[in-house]
Design a binder for this molecule. Structure first.
Ligand code: ZN
Length: 456
């Protein structure tokens, strides 16, 4: 069996051009080496890449030349990570406004990899990634699967939208060979437990991969089917959204297997961080520098802080460099200490999701949506499939609820009363039962849709 597995694994690498295949394999080997490398050596490699990127950006990207001249900073002033606060932060709105001047003048168009971010509460932005970083991106994808104990030849059940189905024949063929498949979301949306469980047992996946909001529905279906699951996956992997405690609990009850996660963004090519078996977020030092900085969202100045905004430098994109990019997430400072898993890569203290996942009350309070989620599931977790908060005005919050069965006015009032009390009054909560909650074009289902944080 092992030789079959090895052959299949090699088969995976035969996808794509021969050049990409060779480079991706090399990148994967380096990523594995980096897991146990001397932290000082890793940092030195990051800083070498950083200095090259800063010089490149100053010499060939009009936007960076201008902002560095305005700030009185020369490329030679940025000798390492600690010097990064000398540079202003790049905001989403800067990318939107200065799109053309952010592209390097010295790169051929063939290297452009156009991209549009999905955008949840925020407006989508257009940008350009670097085609040369594709092998690296592929390597980080597979590295994160390996960390969860999944081989390229293992069957994976992917929960995704129709638009994200593999287009090229090789990927389709590869899925067929490994038995990997996509669960049509219509099955999840129908909220009928039996077809979900039957498909799980037919595919018998080693891993289930998806966004937390889909995994939430999947786990609900398994639990509501009322029958023991014969084909238990070895792990669950999530990405693209934060996993809240209620979803984590559901997955634990439905599958009882370890949950891994990986963190990336459309603006960046490759996974920025992955969780290890000890549940820590290890940063991908070969591709990125992550700073946690002070200041309000949208503030162009930011110095290191124990807790704050995540600001990311992509060391691989030379087409449209993202230097000190404010990604929109909040977290706790990076630590360069060892982890119980034995990996020496730096650790991100915590990853707490988007700062627009906050409800704002008329009294000026900001309340994380996760607090409201906690209350909602504690109170009515057994009565609802899923829900979403929506806010357009500080004095009102709407909760769209997809009920399991009867969800009458008394229930609606009970939930709204509890949520209003939780927020200290001054805000009216309106609960509305709905048939389903529409996804964003990206496939995400943000827990809070708010128009009060736009323009950052
Ligand atoms: Zn670890």
């Amino acid at each position: 069996m092992n030789s079959v597995r090895t052959a299949l694994t090699q088969g995976f690498f035969s996808m794509g051009s021969r050049l990409i295949r060779r480079q991706a394999r090399r990148e994967l080997a380096v990523l594995k080496w980096a897991e146990r490398a001397d932290p000082e050596e890793l940092r030195a490699r990051q800083e070498t890449r950083l200095r090259a990127l800063i010089h490149w950006a100053y010499d060939t990207v009009p936007y960076y030349r201008r902002i560095m001249d305005e700030a009185g900073v020369s490329p030679g002033d940025i000798r390492g990570i600690d010097d990064l606060p000398l540079l202003p932060i790049l905001r989403r709105r800067d990318v939107r406004v200065h799109l053309e001047s952010l592209v390097s003048e010295r790169v051929h168009k063939r290297r452009f990899l156009p991209q549009v971010t999905g955008g949840t509460s925020a407006e989508p932005i257009r940008l350009c990634l670097d085609r040369r970083a594709l092998p690296f991106e592929r390597a980080t994808q597979w590295h994160s699967l390996e960390w969860a104990g999944v081989l390229p030849s293992d069957p994976v059940l992917m929960l995704t939208l129709a638009g994200f189905r593999p287009q090229n024949r090789l990927s389709v063929w590869w899925n067929k060979v490994t038995g990997s498949t996509l669960m049509p979301l219509e099955i999840l949306y129908a909220r009928r437990p039996l077809p979900v469980v039957e498909m799980l047992e037919r595919v018998a996946p080693t891993a289930i991969l998806g966004m937390p909001s889909f995994l939430h529905l999947l786990a609900q279906a398994v639990l509501r089917s009322g029958r023991p699951l014969r084909a238990r996956p070895r792990c669950v992997i999530y990405q693209a959204e934060q996993m809240e405690e209620d979803t984590r609990e559901l997955i634990a009850r439905a599958f009882g297997v370890p949950v891994f996660s990986r963190y990336g963004a459309r603006e960046l090519l490759g996974m920025v961080a992955e969780t290890c078996g000890s549940g820590q977020w290890h940063l991908n030092a070969e591709g990125f520098i992550v700073e946690v900085v002070s200041g309000e969202p949208g503030d162009r100045r930011g110095t290191p802080a124990p807790h704050g905004r995540l600001v990311i430098t992509d060391l691989r994109n030379h087409v449209m460099p993202f230097i000190r990019y404010e990604i929109g997430d909040v977290g706790a400072a990076v630590r360069e200490e060892g982890c119980a898993c034995g990996c020496t890569l730096p650790i991100l203290g915590a990853l707490e999701g988007r700062y627009w996942d906050w409800v704002v009350t008329a009294a000026g309070l900001t309340i994380p949506a996760s607090v409201l989620q906690y209350k909602t599931t504690r109170l009515h977790g057994d009565l609802i499939w899923e829900y979403q908060f929506r806010q357009d005005r500080p004095e009102e919050l709407e909760v769209a609820v997809v009920p399991v069965g009867d969800y009458g006015e008394d229930r609606q009032e009970e939930l709204s009363r509890h949520l209003e009390a939780l927020m200290g009054g001054g805000i009216a909560v309106r609960v509305t039962p709905v048939g389903h909650i529409p996804r964003e074009p990206s496939g995400k289902r943000p827990v809070l849709k708010s128009t009060l944080h736009q323009g950052r």
